[in-house]
Design a protein around this ligand. Structure first.
Ligand SMILES: [Zn+2]
Ligand SMILES: [Zn+2]
Length: 181
């Protein structure tokens, strides 16, 4: 196995896609790369690329760490530091607490916010953030939806894109969910 690295570099081509905003990263633009195990389970390493600003949103801790080690000059560094400061303490994305995301229901106890029916154990549910009153205080908490109920409940036409970004599911697990949206 290789040691996985994180890096900041100038994009050598204009072909890499940002995992944050899903747009192409222009040639010669600075990008943040994070090596991960390839999805295909073949022991290969894939690199996920982000615009620096998108990395500040999605991978603030990883970007900060890499920036600290980076020797070169970064255009818009002050703005980047500001973004990172704003995102301090936020949990990283990738299904680590960023809503909305899709996941396998660990039990058959959760109820759909939209249709009020229970969500079957091991079926895929969509988690959204909502405010819940706990002991008289409004606190953010997760609510769950059937994929087929999710767009109707949230009114979010771009829900699929957000789920793709935030969920830990594999593409194969996520594909049927996206179809039901
Ligand atoms: Zn981007
Ligand atoms: Zn439902």
């Amino acid at each position: 196995m290789f040691e996985k690295e994180k890096m900041i570099e100038v994009a050598k081509t204009g072909r890499s896609k940002c995992r944050g905003c899903k747009q192409l990263i222009a040639k010669d633009e600075m990008r943040f790369g994070e090596e991960v195990d390839s999805l295909y389970g073949d022991g290969d390493i894939a690199t996920l690329w982000y615009h620096l600003k998108c990395a500040a949103e999605r991978r603030p801790n990883e970007l900060r760490e890499t920036l600290d080690k980076f020797q070169g000059k970064i255009p818009g560094r002050a703005e980047l530091d500001q973004l990172l400061a704003n995102n301090k303490g936020k949990k990283a994305g990738g299904g680590g607490g960023k809503y909305p995301y899709a996941e396998k229901a660990p039990s058959g106890r959760s109820k759909c916010l939209k249709c009020d029916k229970t969500i079957d154990k091991d079926s895929i549910r969509v988690a959204v953030e909502r405010e819940v009153e706990i002991a008289g205080v409004m606190r953010p908490s997760a609510g769950y939806l059937h994929p087929g109920c999710a767009v109707a409940f949230t009114g979010d036409k771009k829900l699929g894109a957000a789920l793709k970004t935030n969920s830990k599911l594999t593409d194969a697990e996520l594909a049927p969910v996206l179809k039901q949206l």
